[in-house]
Write a protein that binds this ligand. Structure first.
Ligand code: NAD
Ligand code: ZN
Length: 339
């Protein structure tokens, strides 16, 4: 158990690493708190929700949309939630995104916190205050940046996490290693997913290390002017492929990282693509894939990271060190279609 307070530009987030949901009543008064979760998590951990007002949503990215947010708002009104209510998202990234988004607009903003239950949400989605929903094929097109007041880790939730979701989470862990932490990259090369699943202390340490990487990057640049953009490594192309091909987020990011390594070679002389590919495969994720380049490019054009004629692409200089490289859209189209 470890409690760390991270300071952001105008708020704090309390991180409770490896605490357990029983600690929640100490930070959120049960009568004035409403949990939001999805059916998978609720069904697998029904006892843990006992004594808490809970809104249970249908699981899946396809429900990370405005109509789901509207239904949460309607249920909040039924619960007579007011400005003193705390909303707690207990789930994967879909649940934390929706919860943070609704909490930011309900009555112009109420207190919220997260209990991330997927590996991806533990190391990434729950951290940094980006809360939003998808619109059509455009991921996270609508949303807000607002920090949760707490993030509590209960590692027991991971017992029911499907294998595919473990792999999904490792995509973001590999991303963090690539852009920020070469010694963690070495560890990933030595370890396997199975070993992490078998040893509680190893997975706890890994989760905490990754959560801290993300929190520190966000601390430096909450509103994504420079440093935070590095977290988009693998995500530019990844997002374009994710909804179009019905890929899991982690799978799409893994493919995106593979191509970003290739593009890096052309701009920074990065020469460790093989190592990155080996690690991606080691954790059960895809690398090179066939996809409709033109279609992907059409979605890229709408990407939020595009500024005028250039696309800001995150590239690797070496493992553990990333840069943001503006690439003219017309060059990117050429590079992509040649790969
Ligand atoms: N806000 C951010 O900064 C940020 C960062 C990264 C990703 N995201 C978002 O996060 C989402 C992806 O997150 P995700 O992969 O956690 O998605 P998710 O919430 O859909 O969870 C994945 C699946 O695992 C199930 N699940 C989660 N925890 C479980 C558990 N403990 N036991 C059994 N089943 C469990 C869910 O029901 C779901 O079916 C995407 O929408 C992505 O855009 C947001
Ligand atoms: Zn991601």
């Amino acid at each position: 158990m470890k409690h760390i307070k991270y300071r952001f530009s105008n708020s704090f987030t309390d991180f409770y690493f490896a605490y357990g949901i029983s600690h929640l009543k100490k930070i959120a008064e049960p009568k004035a708190t409403i949990l939001v979760t999805d059916e998978n998590i609720f069904d697998a951990h029904i006892k843990r929700f006992k004594g808490w007002n809970t809104i249970v949503l249908k699981p899946g990215e396809e429900f990370k949309i405005q109509s789901t947010a509207d239904s949460v708002i309607e249920q909040l009104i039924e619960f007579e939630a007011d400005r003193k209510t705390t909303l707690v998202g207990v789930g994967g990234g879909v649940i934390t995104d929706i919860t943070g988004y609704v909490a930011s607009v309900y009555m112009r903003g109420i207190r919220f916190g997260f209990i991330p239950t997927s590996l991806l949400a533990l190391v990434d989605a729950s951290i940094g205050g980006k809360n939003g929903i998808d619109v059509g094929v455009y991921k996270n097109m609508v949303g807000i940046i607002r920090q949760p007041s707490f993030i509590l880790h209960d590692m027991v939730f991971l017992n029911s996490l499907p294998q595919k979701e473990w792999e999904n989470g490792f995509a973001e862990i590999i991303k963090h290693a690539c852009i920020k932490d070469s010694s963690m990259f070495d560890e990933l090369e030595r370890m396997t997913l199975k070993k992490y699943q078998q040893k509680k202390t190893d997975i706890c340490k890994l989760v905490q290390r990754n959560a801290s990487i993300k929190a520190k990057v966000v601390q430096q640049d909450e509103f994504e002017k420079d440093e935070r953009r590095l977290l988009n490594f693998g995500h530019t192309l990844g997002h374009a492929l994710e909804n179009q091909y019905g890929l899991m987020h982690g799978q799409a990011v893994a493919i995106g990282m593979t191509y970003a390594c290739q593009i890096s070679k052309q701009f920074t002389g990065f020469n460790q693509t093989e190592r990155v590919i080996n690690v991606i495969e080691r954790y059960g994720l895809p690398t090179y894939s066939t996809f409709d380049k033109q279609k992907a490019f059409d979605v890229l054009r709408m990407d939020k990271k595009r500024e005028r004629k250039d696309m800001n692409y995150v590239l690797l200089e070496r493992i553990g060190r990333a840069i943001v490289q503006p690439i003219p859209m017309h060059s990117l189209e050429k590079i992509l279609s040649a790969l």
